[in-house]
Design a protein around this ligand. Structure first.
Ligand SMILES: [Zn+2]
Length: 142
C-alpha cells in the first residue's frame, strides 16, 4: 500500500485509477477512457457501476438518491452541484436516479427522496433526507 496514492474508480468505464493524493485537486482523468474523475461535478452511478465505484474509491462518497418527478430533488440539484464544486478533490459526489436503479435504492432502503448517504470504502456512515442547501451538503461530506 502506498498511502501517497488514492484509488478512484472511473464511473464511465470502471477502470481503477491510482492518483497521487497531492494531485487530487488537479482534475485527474481516467487512464483508460479519458473521462474526468474529480472535476467538481457529480458523477452518475447505476445498479451496474455502483459497487465498483463505491468500494474502489478511497475518497468519501456522497450519493444523492433522486428522481425526475421529485420537486424537492430538483430544488436541491443546483445545491448539490455547488457542493460538488466546493468539494473537488476531497470527496466524490454522485447521483443515483432511484427510478432507473431500483437495485441500489432497495439495498439502501430509500423510502423518501431526496436522501443523501455518505459512504466510506463502500460502507454507509451517515444519511439525511430532505432537500439541503450546499453548505449543509459540504458539512455532511466532511
Ligand atoms: Zn474511465
Amino acid at each position: 500500500m502506498n498511502t501517497a496514492l488514492a484509488h478512484v474508480v472511473c464511473a464511465r468505464c470502471g477502470a481503477k485509477n491510482r492518483i497521487a493524493r497531492d494531485r487530487l485537486r488537479d482534475e485527474p482523468v481516467c487512464g483508460r477512457c479519458g473521462q474526468a474523475l474529480l472535476d467538481g461535478h457529480p458523477v452518475e452511478l447505476t445498479d451496474a457501476n455502483f459497487d465498483a465505484v463505491a468500494q474502489g474509491t478511497e475518497l468519501p462518497l456522497v450519493v444523492d438518491f433522486w428522481a425526475p418527478w421529485c420537486g424537492p430533488c430538483r430544488t436541491m440539484a443546483p445545491q448539490f452541484e455547488q457542493a460538488a464544486a466546493q468539494l473537488r478533490g476531497q470527496a466524490l459526489l454522485a447521483k443515483v436516479n432511484s427510478d432507473d436503479n431500483p437495485g441500489v435504492a432497495a439495498r439502501f432502503a430509500i423510502r423518501s427522496i431526496p436522501t443523501i448517504v455518505r459512504l466510506e470504502r463502500g460502507h454507509e456512515v451517515a444519511r439525511q433526507s430532505g432537500a439541503l442547501p450546499a453548505a449543509q451538503i459540504v458539512r455532511f461530506a466532511g
